[in-house]
Design a protein around this ligand. Structure first.
Ligand code: NAD
Length: 314
């Protein structure tokens, strides 16, 4: 049975991952940690304040709760990282070092650490970016994620730490608001639509980016963590993919429910970040190694987002 500690648990992904973990047969305890309280109630889960820069406190919690696995989600996301270079470097890379050292020293069973499609820069193939592509990221966030991937591979190769990772695309869910990424518009747009308000998008109409519905992201994460170690050929981070769309296309999808929905465009500094990233991702290695498959396309996601956001309003 596994005792799991989740860092950054109060963020967009945290509550969703915790709910998924609680549904697993071999999980006996999940401990949620963050520097801020969770915005949604984490039923039946202890919450502890943990600044992931504090390695001593992390060690203490891991020992006290007899933790066997860590899901290390705390990070600064792309838009926020670009405005806070030093903090992004310290938080995104420094805290991963703490987790990897603790996993090595306390012989933890497994670690999950999310990377991002932001590891790819303008030198990568734009469409169907392959698993092993030139990366050369041009964003602060992308540099931290690419560095983190290499450290994960190093700790696996050198110390046998079983750390696993996914390059998430932009994640879209209805439970919490996103935390400062370049794909946040694709969550915010649904909140405006259900309130019958126009939406002003910070990206251009035809800016295509790889995206994924949250339930697919959770499934991918849990599937990867369950996969037999000898099936995994990638110890940096796996490409995964579900859909790719532009702001104009998500607006069209929303208009199938709200025909009068209006979208305007006021691109800001985040356009440059989006322009440096791929349009779509090739994920056949993940599909071959651990049978990854997605369920939601754009219209299926739109229907589910609207249904759940409207349900939450009444
Ligand atoms: P988020 O910004 O919503 O949540 C991050 C959480 O980390 C927040 O609750 C924040 O309070 C916490 N945090 C910040 N500094 C901390 C510190 N010093 N100590 C402890 N906690 C701290 O982010 P998210 O969307 O939940 O992302 C989770 C992970 O997934 C991140 O590593 C992110 O880079 C990665 N990811 C997310 C997306 C996406 O679209 N959301 C895409 C690719 C990768």
């Amino acid at each position: 049975m596994q005792n799991i500690l989740v860092t950054g648990a109060s963020g967009q992904l945290g509550a969703e991952i915790i709910e998924g973990l609680l549904g697993m047969g071999d999980v006996s305890l999940v401990v949620a940690t963050d520097i801020k309280e969770p915005s949604v109630s984490l039923e039946a889960v202890p919450f502890e304040f943990l600044d992931v820069m504090d390695a001593d406190r992390m060690t203490e919690l891991i020992k006290n709760y007899k933790i066997t696995q860590v899901y290390h989600l705390a990070a600064l996301l792309s838009a926020t990282a670009e405005k806070n270079i030093d903090l992004a470097r310290k938080l995104n890379i420094g805290s991963l070092h703490h987790v990897l050292n603790i996993a090595r020293d306390l012989n933890l069973d497994k670690v999950f650490w999310p990377s991002s499609i932001a590891v790819f820069g303008p030198d990568a193939k734009k469409d169907g970016t392959p698993q092993n592509s030139p990366c050369n990221p041009t964003t602060v966030y992308g540099i931290t994620k690419l560095t983190g991937e290499q450290w994960c591979a190093y700790y696996h190769r050198t110390f046998g730490v079983d750390v696993r990772s996914i390059r998430y695309p932009g994640l879209i869910g209805y439970k919490t608001l996103p935390g400062g990424g370049t794909t946040d518009y694709a969550v915010d747009i649904y909140h405006k639509a259900i309130n019958h308000e126009p939406f002003t998008c910070f990206l251009e109409a035809d800016s295509h980016l790889p995206m994924m519905y949250m339930s697919d992201a959770v499934k991918a994460t849990l599937d990867l963590m369950q996969a037999p170690a000898d099936k995994l050929t990638v110890r940096t981070s796996y490409n995964i993919s579900a859909m790719s769309f532009s702001p104009a296309e998500i607006a069209d999808s929303i208009r199938k429910t709200y025909p009068d929905f209006e979208i305007n465009y006021a691109p800001d500094y985040r356009q440059k970040i989006a322009d440096s990233w791929p349009n779509s991702i090739d994920d056949h290695t993940a599909r071959n190694d651990w049978d990854w498959n997605h369920s939601y396309d754009l219209d299926a996601m739109t229907q589910d987002m609207i249904l759940n956001l409207v349900k939450g309003k009444v």
